[in-house]
Design a protein around this ligand. Structure first.
Ligand code: C2E
Ligand code: MG
Ligand code: MG
Ligand code: MG
Length: 281
């Protein structure tokens, strides 16, 4: 990636870095009007109870329908929005949109929203959450907030305070992408998370990887000791589901159960899923 070759002085990569720079600048310039023009939308990926295969929640994942570039993935624009602070405004929109969608569903499953470290550092996340809940009428326990380990790097004191306040409002909190970042065991113990989401890199192909099985087993026992539940990301195979359920992981997410999809698709899947899956495996 262009980012990694920065400063290497290699001429070969300079054109790539320039193209990458131009791409970021273009997205950066277009983001604000894109929000006004309603080019952003949310998809919802099912989260299932691993013991039953039943949908027990969903995660809201942002997409950008760009007039020239087509569908742009958050991997391509979230860090751009973080670097110019626009993520605070975009994050407020995501919270509002996810809460009003979930409040309108004929189902009481919760919705999980990803929140960037920048929203903790620069924004007023609790105020944004309160407004989204008030405007939508969503019950607070139906809103879950996912943060990654990078959030620990900003201001741990502030993070602790905000997470504590969110939970006192009735929300649930989750530590996302666990195992890929910077967290020390003491951080995990000190912060009030309801769930630990094991990153998909430990889940993918777990049935053939004893080392990953050992990691998941120990994360599960850590989580249990701290009163947290475990969510496994990126489950694609029935055998992975089976193994993770046997290891005692409570919840899972992955293409096996459903890709990120529209709310209507999610709600109809919620009716079918347990039967559909038991029929295949
Ligand atoms: P994440 O929060 O860890 O979300 C899970 C990502 O894994 C999603 O990618 C999802 O589509 C993908 N995924 C789920 N199951 C599978 C699977 O079985 N196989 C594979 N290969 N992938 C799977 P997506 O939607 O591209 O989002 C990428 C990241 O962008 C998210 O990772 C999150 O960190 C960030 N993101 C997405 N929406 C938002 C948002 O509204 N706000 C913020 N701040 N970040 C967001
Ligand atoms: Mg997430
Ligand atoms: Mg994740
Ligand atoms: Mg991620």
């Amino acid at each position: 990636k262009a980012k990694q070759v920065g400063g290497s002085g290699s001429h070969i990569y300079e054109p790539i870095a320039a193209v990458e720079q131009a791409r970021r600048m273009r997205l950066e310039q277009q983001m604000r009007s894109a929000l006004r023009d309603e080019q952003f939308f949310l998809l919802y990926q099912p989260q299932v109870d691993l013991a039953s295969g039943r949908i027990c929640g969903c995660e809201a994942l942002i997409r950008w329908r760009h007039p020239e570039l087509g569908l742009v993935s958050p991997v391509q624009f979230i860090d751009v929005a973080e670097s110019n602070g626009f993520i605070c405004e975009l994050g407020r929109w995501v919270l509002m949109e996810a809460c009003s969608a979930a409040a309108s569903w004929p189902s009481d499953i919760p919705v999980a929203v990803n929140v960037s470290a920048v929203q903790f550092a620069k924004g007023d996340l609790c105020a944004d959450v309160r407004s989204a809940l008030a405007a939508s009428g969503l019950a607070p326990d139906r809103l879950h907030i996912e943060v990654t380990e990078s959030t620990f790097l900003v201001d741990p004191g502030r993070l602790l305070q905000e997470l504590t306040e969110l939970r006192s409002l009735g929300l649930r909190t989750a530590l996302d992408d666990f195992g890929t970042g910077y967290s020390s065991l003491s951080y995990i113990a000190r912060f009030p998370f309801d769930k630990i989401k094991i990153d998909q890199s430990f889940v993918r192909g777990i049935t053939g990887k004893p080392a990953n099985q050992a990691i998941v087993r120990s994360v599960k026992s850590l989580a249990e000791g701290l009163g947290m539940s475990v969510v496994c990301e990126g489950i694609e195979e029935p055998a992975e589901w089976q193994m993770l359920a046997n290891l005692g992981c409570e919840q899972g997410q992955g293409y096996l159960f459903g890709k990120p999809q529209t709310a209507d698709e999610l709600l109809s899947l919620e009716q079918q899923l347990p039967t559909a899956l038991s029929a295949t495996g």
